[in-house]
Design a protein around this ligand. Structure first.
Ligand SMILES: [Zn+2]
Length: 425
């Protein structure tokens, strides 16, 4: 029997184990914030990997403010070393967002019904971790001599930026150019799609300042809320149409996210609404904005455009000043054209599903940026089981057949990548 068929057979044979492993992960409530049950979850993954022939290390983000004795930020990395071929790193975050309301099932029960596994984080992305583990396991059970090294990491805090997770692995050199050749992140981007990156993110806080005065004579004060109102007006009437007219060449999904966008996260100004009121002109107003920019725009142009717009809008209201504070800047990330990691997944998807893969880019950001920017590992994509629309939803689920198919795809792609020469050694 051909190697590929043996590996695919082993995945089929392991289907129940893959489901059980996923359920075990779902039953650990690794909710972020605050970062519950991280250490037991890391140990569970680590002990399991050790039993499957991996060398395992725990990498704790000591030195990050979010790491504390009560909520330790524990990451786990396992490596199974074979020949001198490339290092293929499979990374999954095991933190999940809070369940929220409207669940009809226990979010941490790990319930299986009608070919689906239910639970918070099953789709985003505990099924993905199971797919990575059993992709490597099927290769082992098929008796294949590894031409290279397969690594599997379980990391924390992706949902809150990944700074104590993948960014920490990259900063400490555990994943790095020269040490890590290819990365697959089994995020739930649908079983036939390969995700090659994401748009940029610019979060900023804008504060407008006026001058307090008596509310019965507002003309004697300067309203900071009026100032903010002018900015919001300019955003709505000038900026939004301009952004909607810009389209990226990156295959971002859904279609609406092919364009540049801006969202207002929140706003407050003047006296707290709901408190006791006094007649005062608001001397301060503050809002937080989420601007998603295209790789073609770049951060500098994005910020300059905003500053010019705000300058003009504020100038309309005499006496208002403003300040702008950067909260988060994430540059757009894109896997290089012709990357072997895309090619390997592409042929594996065709082999397993019988349909060609679709290349997409994500509307939001994920850990790929840390591999690429801090680690210097550009050959990174997201590919994994689950429907992206299920992420963060009540009654979140992942289809078992998608999970099994994604495991097959990752197994074949991993083998394929290991047969290439290592990069930049
Ligand atoms: Zn995720």
């Amino acid at each position: 029997m051909h190697t590929i068929d043996r590996v695919l057979d082993e995945v089929d044979r392991a289907a129940d184990e893959i489901v059980d492993y996923t359920i075990d992960l779902v039953r650990m409530p690794t909710v972020n914030p605050p970062g519950d049950a991280y250490e037991p979850c890391a140990r569970f993954i680590g002990n399991d990997l050790a039993a499957r022939g991996f060398d395992v290390e725990y990498i704790v983000a000591r030195g990050r403010a979010e790491h504390s004795p009560k909520y330790p930020r524990v990451n786990v990395v396992g490596a199974r070393r074979g020949g001198p071929g490339p290092v293929v790193h499979l990374n999954g975050h095991f933190d999940v967002v809070p369940p929220g309301d409207r669940w009809t099932l226990d979010p941490f029960g790990g319930i299986v019904r009608d070919g689906k596994i239910y639970g918070r984080g099953v789709c985003d992305m505990k099924a993905g971790i199971a797919a990575a583990v059993f992709a490597a396991e099927a290769i082992r059970r098929a008796g294949v001599e590894l031409p290279g090294t397969v690594e599997i990491s379980g990391t924390v805090d992706e949902e809150s930026g990944g700074f104590a997770g993948v960014a920490w692995l990259a900063e400490t050199g555990r994943v790095a150019r020269g040490r890590t050749d290819y990365v697959i992140i089994p995020e739930p981007l649908n079983v036939d799609r390969i995700c090659i990156g994401h748009r940029g993110v610019y979060w900023f806080e804008l504060t407008t300042r006026g001058r307090i005065g008596h509310g019965s004579m507002p003309f004697l004060g300067v309203s900071a809320i009026d100032g903010m109102g002018h900015v919001l007006d300019a955003i709505r009437t000038e900026l939004k149409p301009r952004l909607a007219a810009r389209t990226t060449a990156m295959p971002v999904v859904p279609d609406g996210a092919r364009h540049a966008t801006i969202n207002i996260n929140g706003i407050d100004g003047g006296q707290p609404v709901g408190g006791i009121q006094t007649p005062c002109v608001a001397d301060r107003c503050r809002a937080v904005f989420d601007r998603r920019f295209l790789i073609e725009e770049g951060f500098e142009t994005t910020k300059r455009e905003l500053v010019e717009l705000i300058d003009r809008a504020i100038a309309d209201v005499g006496g208002v000043t403003y300040e702008m504070r950067d909260l988060m800047i994430v540059d757009p990330t894109k896997t290089p054209d012709g990357s072997p990691v895309v090619g390997a997944l592409d042929s594996a998807i065709l082999r397993v599903l019988g349909t060609p893969a679709r290349l997409i880019a994500s509307p939001g950001t994920y850990d790929q940026k840390h591999f690429a920017r801090i680690g210097g590992v550009p050959h990174c994509v997201a590919y994994g089981p689950g429907d992206i629309e299920q992420a963060h939803q009540p009654d979140e689920w992942c289809r078992i057949d998608d999970l099994v198919n994604a495991t097959k795809v990752i197994a074949l792609a991993t083998l394929d990548l290991m047969s290439h020469a290592p990069l930049q050694r």
